[in-house]
Design a protein. Structure first.
Length: 168
């Protein structure tokens, strides 16, 4: 979903349009899920965080400045929530509910978790699922663009290798 569409939907959600909120959710849920998964590393906590993030989006949409980057605003809400939750629950419980993880999504997320660092996971998710350009990612994670590009390329190579090894 492009920035203009995100902006339009957020504007409608701010006016109380529940259909627009549903459309926003349907068009952004995959990217938000993937991004949150890179923090929580398990399906259960990620799904809980998804509910909270979308509730925060709906309740705080009036603070969104129309015409700015709506995707970045959503990303920031997700990031802030994830960091708050991880801090609050300083323990990390890693488990998987293999029975409800879809083959392609689950396999890719598992491979990402095994093969990539947290920073590499975020860069890949922001670029592939959210459609951010490398320069935008550079600003979001406060890292030089050259570093982002090289980490992205190395991460993709690592991910391809991990997925290939899984299929052998």
């Amino acid at each position: 979903m492009n920035g203009i569409e995100t902006d339009r939907l957020l504007r409608l959600v701010a006016k109380g349009d529940n259909d627009a909120f549903e459309q926003l959710y349907l068009k952004t849920k995959r990217g938000v899920y993937a991004f949150l998964y890179s923090y929580f590393k398990n399906q259960h906590d990620t799904e809980d965080a998804m509910q909270t993030v979308y509730l925060k989006i709906k309740t705080h949409v009036s603070s969104y400045k129309v015409g700015t980057n709506g995707r970045a605003w959503i990303f920031q809400i997700a990031k802030n929530h994830a960091l708050t939750e991880l801090k609050k629950n300083s323990r990390k419980e890693e488990y998987e509910d293999k029975s409800s993880v879809g083959f392609t999504q689950g396999e890719v997320f598992d491979a990402m978790q095994r093969a990539l660092s947290e920073e590499e996971q975020r860069i890949v998710i922001l670029h592939v699922l959210w459609g951010y350009k490398h320069r935008e990612i550079s600003k979001l994670i406060e890292s030089p663009i050259g570093t982002v590009v090289s980490k992205y390329k190395r991460a993709i190579d690592k991910l391809k290798k991990a997925l290939k090894e899984d299929n052998l």
